[in-house]
Design a protein around this ligand. Structure first.
Ligand code: PEP
Length: 248
């Protein structure tokens, strides 16, 4: 059976308890739009409350520390996330790679820890604009995949998000042909890295997905869903994308 498109909202550092009303509205509508699978990654402070609100959508986190616990002031472990109701964690987002100096090895350590704690992972990869202009986008992404993906035959716990850095929050997107070409290249890497399950891993596209471009992006070859930042912050804009996914 074909997999349902997976639509994940990344709220980044947005949201106080007032935003739970948006999560509730997304959840209630997602219940009717069962042809799409929907998830939200709110800030840590809202994970438990969002989980309590959710009847259908999955709730996850935007990062975790690779250690189980210990003297890591300000950090949070994968087990703590699971305890608060998260079922997945995003690792390797370009804002973490750029803003916190996370390299592929750090991302992989986080992904391994998350899986060991019983969470699924969404591993983010994507090239910078200068790398695409230099014709190096596929090489950059291949290196990130090799270095960042969790070890072992854990494909059923893994989702990959291809997010060109220059498309995040900018209103710009690659052409549908470029998205499809990159997703095919990622699929080839995934089947090499995970011989048993790599063909089934969902590959999300992320970067300025909105209600008005979602359908054509989601129809592109090997696109299994979308990771959505800005347009996931209100139920109205996020539901436009979820409807597009449900109507594919
Ligand atoms: C993101 O940060 O993961 C993202 C895709 O952001 P936006 O949708 O705002 O481009």
């Amino acid at each position: 059976m074909a997999q349902r498109p997976y639509i994940v909202g990344n709220w980044k550092m947005h949201g106080t308890r007032a935003m739970l009303a948006e999560a509730r509205a997304i959840d209630r509508a997602a219940e009717r739009l069962i042809k799409a699978e929907v998830a939200l990654a709110p800030p840590y402070t809202l994970i438990h409350a969002t989980h309590k609100e959710a009847t259908l959508i999955a709730v996850g986190a935007q990062d975790c520390h690779p250690a189980d616990g210990g003297a890591h002031t300000g950090d949070i472990s994968a087990a703590m996330l699971k305890d608060s109701g998260a079922s997945f964690v995003i690792v390797g987002h370009s804002e973490r790679r750029a803003g916190h100096g996370e390299n592929d090895a750090a991302v992989k350590a986080k992904a391994n820890a998350a899986i060991a704690a019983g969470l699924a992972v969404i591993v983010c990869v994507g090239e910078r604009e200068a790398e695409r202009d230099a014709g190096k986008a596929e090489d950059v992404v291949a290196k990130q995949l090799k270095g960042s993906l969790p070890a072992g035959e854990v494909a059923e716990k893994v989702t990959v998000a291809y997010e060109p850095v220059w498309a995040i929050g900018t209103g710009r997107t690659p052409s549908v042909e470029d998205i499809a070409a990159m997703h095919r290249a990622i699929r080839a890497r995934l089947t090499a890295i995970y011989p048993a399950g790599g063909a089934e891993i969902r590959i999300l596209y992320g970067g300025s997905v909105k209600a008005d471009n979602a359908a054509e992006i989601l129809r592109a070859d090997e696109v299994g869903g979308a990771l959505v930042g800005g347009a996931s912050l209100t139920a109205e804009s996020f539901l436009g994308i979820i409807v597009a996914a449900a109507e594919l």
